[in-house]
Design a protein around this ligand. Structure first.
Ligand code: ADP
Ligand code: MG
Length: 250
């Protein structure tokens, strides 16, 4: 099981945000992605997850090209992303947000309800059970009925992870999961990620908190100006001269 990113390029107008990015990881692994602001990390996530179309290059999941698929189809193939700025529905509660994140069901819509009411009810019950399990796993019971707009930064990140989990993915792309999260919740998030990883779910994690990230992932890649400039174990990568220059040179 692998995610392969091959020679991906993407321009915004005349500006090359991604310039021939190559990266591959085991879909069930833990992989970090770092780099200065503006390096193209979030853009890469958008291209890989299907929110943006690349100008050139390929994305393969388990060898199968997925770069022409819309985001929902890539999610069904097992890969979902979270956003640097959480995109929950602020007026919906935590529980409602998780419900809304469940993938479209076969019986959705009036016609399905008319033709197969019992099946629709069974699916709804299954989703509700999955929502409760996700709330329990992420320890969000206390705020399950709170409008998500009122959550703390860390709770919003947990909800983002929960929304991703509702798709039952094999690979989750996390965009700065620890940004704006207090240290206690960072540890909580790390534990949940490790537990999910032990169950076989892979993570590709963009993160500026190098201390937390290097405790989480055995391998990481560094991007600078739209390119991957180094990849490997954290100690080796962080000791690399070009990596140090990218950070210092800005
Ligand atoms: P990172 O996540 O590594 O900080 P981004 O992928 O967000 O970097 O951005 C890469 C570059 O592309 C930056 O220079 C940014 O200003 C630019 N960029 C990002 N999104 C857009 C957009 N929608 N339109 C134009 N430029 C963008
Ligand atoms: Mg970003």
């Amino acid at each position: 099981m692998t995610l392969e990113i091959r020679d991906i390029s993407k321009a915004y107008g005349g500006f090359r945000a991604l310039d021939g990015v190559r990266l591959s990881m085991e879909a069930g692994g833990l992989f970090g992605l770092i780099g200065p602001n503006g390096a193209g990390k979030s853009t890469l996530f958008s291209v890989v997850s299907g929110f943006l179309r690349a100008d050139a290059g390929e994305v393969r999941l388990d060898g199968r090209r997925i770069d022409a698929l819309p985001a929902a189809a890539r999610a069904r193939a097992g890969m979902v992303r979270t956003f640097q700025v959480p995109r929950e529905f602020r007026h919906l509660t935590v529980r409602e947000n998780l419900m809304a994140a469940a993938p479209n069901q076969t019986g959705e819509g009036l016609l399905g309800l008319f033709l197969r009411p019992s099946r629709v009810r069974a699916e709804e019950a299954a989703i509700a059970a999955q929502v409760e399990e996700t709330i329990r796993f992420l320890k969000l019971a206390r705020v399950a009925d709170t409008p998500s707009g009122r959550l703390s930064g860390g709770q919003k990140k947990l909800l983002e992870l929960g929304r991703a989990l509702m798709v039952e993915p094999r690979l989750i792309l996390l965009d700065e999961p620890f940004a704006g999260v207090n240290p206690v919740l960072i540890e909580e998030l790390m534990e949940r990620i490790l537990e999910l990883n032990a169950r076989g779910i892979g993570f590709l994690v963009i993160e500026h908190d190098l201390d937390a990230l290097t405790r989480l992932v055995p391998r990481l890649a560094v991007m600078d100006r739209g390119r991957v400039i180094a990849a490997g174990p954290p100690e080796a990568v962080l000791a690399d001269r070009t990596v140090r220059e990218a950070y210092l040179g800005g």
